[in-house]
Design a protein around this ligand. Sequence first.
Ligand code: C5P
Length: 193
Amino acid sequence: MPFVIAIDGPAASGKGTIARALAARFGFHHLDTGLLYRATGAKGGDPISAAATLEIGDLARPDLRSAEAGQAASQIAAIPEVRQALLDFQRRFAAQEPGAVLDGRDIGTVICPDAPVKLYVVASDQVRAERRAAELGADPVEMLAQLQERDRRDSERATAPLKPADDAVLIDTSTLDIDQAIAVAVAEVERVR
Ligand code: C5P
């Protein structure tokens, strides 16, 4: 059985950085599932058919990291049929040997509920806004408002809302630097493995 590491959390919590580091460390495949929703939103047109016809090439568009693409993604991510259309791809990805790390909002709760390692990564709103503003060269105050709006939409939607799985391990990266956050995550994987 391939080993699955499920990582969830709000925007700019540090989950992507932790996911990449764990994949490199353990030689696992890595999927940033937010890209699926960003690419679906960026295709335009009917979001359900956009999700159903999504191809690997669509994930390489250069504009997907923008704040606008993030907002568009969180709007179409509330549509149950869009989520359903993206489900198989994520499950197949998670089934690859020797293992996979998936990060997103519903990996531990919906996509891979049997994952042996589930991490839920959080950080204070202030810290997340500053990180994302530095990354995108944007204004932290504006960033804060955008992140809060997106988190609210992601947490309040009816289908697969952002929330920790009952058995997820919480990692708060507010006061950790990158190496410290990675070390906590590595220790958790090694404990289970
Ligand atoms: O993680 P990222 O910020 O790239 O995700 C963009 C948006 O995609 C999120 O705000 C969320 O609405 C949606 N998403 C989701 N489920 C996932 C990953 C992302 O609903 N597993």
